[in-house]
Design a protein around this ligand. Structure first.
Ligand SMILES: Nc1nc2c(ncn2[C@@H]2O[C@H](COP(=O)(O)OP(=O)(O)OP(=O)(O)O)[C@@H](O)[C@H]2O)c(=O)[nH]1
Ligand SMILES: [Mg+2]
Length: 330
């Protein structure tokens, strides 16, 4: 159930370099699930509480109703909920669920099946690779960029951060702060300048310095939502013009605490820019971690990373089985 950063990032190379950070910040194999479990504690507790009343030797209509309510409450979304309950009911009718352990094992398995098939890796195999991070304001774009930079640096990649959220002066400062913390140069221009120009500069800088990965921060809000989408498309075009096939990743941050709103946002951003994966943030602050299931199932997008706190190391690789296991347990 453990997943290494070498599995998360495509193109890290074979040899894992000596980590340059304090050992306590590193993944210990045994600690991987622990951190994820901690991040999903609220969701797991809420689900556990609701499911605790179930009589596992008497799986009747009431039980399936209770399961349905639990999944809906956890924000798994209607489509996934209906599908999971149907599968569970069928398995029970076939005599495959006779006790609590089997119930939870099947529930985990059904949830795993709801996640979209897709590329769960983050592609940093190009020279340079460009990652564009988009999302509504406050969802955790800048923080996530800092966390990704931290992990890539740790794996020996040179990373440049592009301050293409020029809408707020504070946004540039915040990225500069993360640049200091992770020891990554930040390419920036004046507040209010053209975000496309910032990204252009960053890619040029990466090329001339032999940088491996450019991560572009973007605005989460302009004066209205429509121009924001136009702006993002424009940044996307600037990147593609400089490097055919780039951006190699367009990651959308979704704040898990906003529930079904996250689904709407993902749909909207997905229509404007070709989102390659979701970073689901603030899982540590919500009982509604099931939103991961809804987004992936309904939009067919892979969840690539999970944010489980505000610190650099509070970024977890996503894998469906590990997630389902941390979400529901017997
Ligand atoms: N608990 C928790 N807080 C988080 C997580 N990710 C981000 N945050 C916090 O959420 C707040 C907003 O994060 P930012 O990274 O500034 O979000 P943003 O999308 O860049 O926001 P704008 O620049 O305003 O568009 C900050 O206080 C972060 O510390 C997370 O996984 N867990
Ligand atoms: Mg920001």
């Amino acid at each position: 159930m453990t997943k290494s950063w070498h599995e998360v990032f495509k193109g890290l190379g074979d040899a894992a370099p000596e980590p340059a950070v304090a050992p306590e910040a590193l993944d210990k194999k045994s600690g991987w699930l622990k951190r994820l479990r901690k991040g999903l504690a609220k969701s797991r507790q809420a689900m556990g509480q609701q499911l605790s009343a179930i009589m596992f030797d008497k799986l009747d209509a009431e039980v399936w109703e209770q399961l349905e309510e639990t999944l809906i409450y956890a924000d798994c979304g209607v489509a996934s909920t209906v599908a999971v309950v149907e599968q569970m009911e069928q398995a029970a009718n076939q005599g495959k669920i006779r006790d609590k352990d089997q119930f939870y094992a099947f529930l985990q398995q059904s949830l795993v099946g709801m996640f979209a098939a897709g590329d769960y890796q983050i592609d940093v195999s190009h020279q340079p690779s460009v990652i564009m991070v988009v999302g509504v304001n406050g969802t955790g774009k800048t923080t996530t960029i800092g966390k990704i930079a931290f992990h890539l640096k740790r794996e020996g990649k040179s990373v440049l951060l592009a301050a293409a959220d020029t809408f707020r002066a504070a946004a540039i400062d915040q990225l500069v702060e993360w640049g200091k913390r992770t020891d990554c140069p930040v390419i920036r221009q004046e507040h209010g300048s053209d975000p496309g120009a910032v990204v252009f500069d960053a890619i040029a800088a990466a090329r001339s310095r032999g940088g491996d990965v450019v991560i572009a921060d973007t605005a989460g809000r302009l004066h209205t939502q429509v121009p924001l989408m136009e702006e993002l498309k424009k940044i996307h075009r600037v990147i593609a013009k400089q490097i055919p096939g780039a951006p190699h990743e367009t990651l959308l941050t979704v704040d898990a605490t906003t529930g079904q709103n996250g689904l709407t946002q993902a749909r909207l951003f997905g229509e404007a820019v070709d989102v390659s994966g979701i970073v689901l943030t603030k899982l540590d602050g919500t009982a509604k971690g099931g939103i991961a299931v809804a987004i992936s199932h309904e939009l067919g997008l892979p969840i690539k990373l999970l944010g489980v706190g505000e610190q650099m190391e509070d970024l977890r690789p996503f894998d469906p089985a590990g997630f389902a296991e941390a979400l529901v347990e017997a």
